[in-house]
Ligand binder design. Structure first.
Ligand code: B12
Ligand code: SF4
Length: 527
């Protein structure tokens, strides 16, 4: 017999390093998908988006960090008393200590509600998540929609849980148990569209927040799930396996049309792990947009591969409204690329980038340095590659030190080698240092953390120096866009975020420093 449940889904507050150069804050797409599936099944769902509901709220945390969003007390206040099931998203490993404390506080207030955690981090470390956080009853592994829907349909007894594939839980004897592996959903168009009516989208638009550059009222989109590659630094294979599935281009387009009509959306940010895997798919998608006559911009900001992007594809991308794209070559050193199993050729990537630039796209590249085994030679080769990208005309580059994310092959290797031993709070926090310009952790036997900090600074300065020396008019474009509050490149986004943080956060931070009470509510004792 079906019993309707009262379900609350929570996106916890975000943790960002104080000297972070990125202030990206985006609507919680994964939770919006989960909420839609639970509603499809007839449950009553509330979504607490701690970040979206308090974009302007920032509190200092542990000296070096900032907590962004609602406080624990404010989150607790929003949970209805008759809640049966609480789902918390635990996406980022560096935020786990903070999410854990939140979960403990929630469980303390609502001991009878079943507490389910899902997302990247708990999927990578289910055992540890359950043992480091006694507030979690069940961990949903990988793709979450159907698993949580099955849990909601059951009563939560050990036997019933064992019959639901795709989860880990602590049984009544306190032992961590795993059910059978759940296969990924193959018909990804069958998911109900994200429940955006439960998310404070207007707040994101008000502050110009989105995954890409601010090009107006932006909506998150997902055209594909998974990625067929297995780069050693990436948690994707553990989370999504290597199954890559794309939606039908016309379904993606009809979702876009819906958001244009319902929300006046003008721009769409694709959150795909690697959106462009098949050339025939991207061509069909671009042609469908062109045939529809709809006018909007879209961006591929999360880092795509280059194999399927030649000049023909670049032309269609631009013609159909794509304005920004991010490549993720990660390194310029063939030795490093081989070690991290990236399976790309530098010259092919540069050729693909050149095509995009010639067609007018705004292009950024992501570089990671300090992988285990990286040497000065790898850094030097990567430095030359960075300069070549500047000459090709890329607008932006980010250089980040490698972070050993749980779920990745490199993380497992480092644990086997006893280079990562205890998963302490300090370890989790260290994963956030990638975005702090003053910090790095080096996992290379040949490079110090200091060397990586310097490399990043010199590498980025050199990229922009060459870029502006070769194309001096770009400086004027950046300045004029900044003055007009317009954004085209990631540099413009970063400068505008820093400006916003300085002038809109500063008073907030000052008052928060006085309010020591805030620290006690946000930071209850660890268990
Ligand atoms: C959008 C995005 C962001 C956004 C924030 C997203 C958010 N809402 O909080 C921003 C730009 C801020 C961001 C930044 C970073 N990101 Co990011 N990001 C993504 C991205 C591209 C899309 C996420 C998404 O929406 N996916 C689609 C939805 C459908 O999947 P999902 O969110 O995982 O949700 C599903 C399941 O996880 C599960 N689920 C999730 N929550 C819950 C809750 C419950 C109760 C249940 C049952 C299930 C469940 O069900 C959902 C539906 O199937 C992913 C890559 C990807 N495509 O997954 C990387 C990814 C999540 N990011 C990653 C990383 C490393 C980062 C950064 C640390 C640095 C970086 N290199 O980019 C920063 C740090 C962020 C910070 N807090 O400061 C890693 C995470 C690794 C890890 N374990 O920490 C990912 C997986 C990319 C990768 N493979 O490297 N990111
Ligand atoms: S880094 Fe990109 S290409 Fe490599 S496995 Fe992860 S998502 Fe796929």
């Amino acid at each position: 017999m079906f019993v309707m449940k009262r379900i609350v889904l929570i996106r916890p507050h975000m943790l960002i390093p104080q000297y972070s150069f990125t202030g990206l804050t985006v609507p919680p797409l994964g939770l919006a998908y989960v909420a839609a599936t639970l509603r499809r099944d007839g449950h009553k769902v509330t979504l607490i988006d701690s970040v979206g509901e308090a974009i302007e709220q920032h509190v200092p945390y542990h000296d070096d960090y900032i907590l962004h969003g609602l406080s624990t007390a404010q989150i607790l206040e929003r949970i209805p008393a008759d809640t049966d099931l609480i789902g918390v998203s635990c996406m980022f490993s560096h935020e786990f200590p903070v999410s854990r404390d939140l979960i403990v506080a929630i469980k303390g207030r609502f001991p009878d509600a079943l507490l389910i955690a899902g997302g990247e981090h708990v999927t990578a470390l289910p055992d540890e998540s359950l043992s480091q956080c006694l507030g979690i009853d069940i961990v949903v592994l990988g793709e979450g929609e159907e698993t949580i829907a099955d849990i909601a349909a059951h009563d939560g007894s050990d036997d019933e849980l064992a019959a639901v594939p795709g989860l880990a839980w602590r049984d009544r004897h306190g032992r961590v148990r795993f059910s059978a592996t759940r296969a990924r959903v193959r018909e990804i168009d069958s998911f109900p569209l994200p429940a955006w009516d439960l998310v404070p989208l207007e707040n994101y638009w008000k502050y110009g927040m989105g995954l890409g550059v601010d090009r107006g009222r932006s909506m998150p989109m997902l055209a594909t799930r998974g990625c067929p590659y297995q780069c050693t630094f990436c948690s994707n294979p553990t989370m999504w396996t290597t199954l890559w599935k794309a939606r039908k281009p016309e379904e993606v387009l009809s979702e876009i049309r819906l958001y244009m009509e319902k929300y006046d959306a003008t721009n769409f940010d694709f959150y795909d792990l690697t959106a462009i895997v098949r050339k025939d798919w991207i061509i069909a998608f671009c042609r469908a947009i062109l045939a529809s006559g709809l006018r909007f911009t879209y961006q591929l900001p999360s880092g795509t591969r280059s194999e399927a992007i030649d000049r023909e594809v670049a032309h269609l991308l631009y013609a159909s409204g794509c304005r920004n794209m991010t490549y993720a070559p990660e390194s310029g050193s063939p030795d490093t690329l081989k070690r991290i199993k990236k399976h790309i050729k530098i010259d092919n990537v540069l050729e693909s980038m050149r095509g995009c630039r010639l067609e007018g796209l705004n292009v950024k590249a992501n570089i990671i340095v300090g992988f285990p085994g990286d040497t000065w030679k790898d850094l030097w080769t990567t430095f030359l590659f960075i300069l070549r990208m500047a000459l090709v005309g890329l607008q932006d580059v980010t250089i980040q030190p490698f972070s050993a994310y749980p779920g990745s092959e490199l993380f497992r290797d480092l644990r086997k080698q006893n280079r990562i031993t205890d998963l302490t709070d300090d370890y989790y926090f260290s994963l956030a240092d990638y975005s702090d310009l003053t910090k790095a952790v080096s996992w290379s036997e040949h490079l110090s953390a200091r060397a990586l900090v310097w490399f990043r600074t010199i590498g980025m300065l050199s990229f922009y120096a060459v870029s502006y020396a070769v194309r001096p008019w770009r400086l004027f474009i950046v300045l004029s866009n900044l003055l007009r509050g317009k954004q085209e490149s990631r540099m413009e986004r970063a400068l505008s975020d820093i400006f916003k943080r300085k002038y809109t956060l500063a008073p907030d931070l000052a008052s928060a420093k006085l309010a020591t009470a805030a620290k006690t509510t946000i930071n209850p004792p660890y268990i």
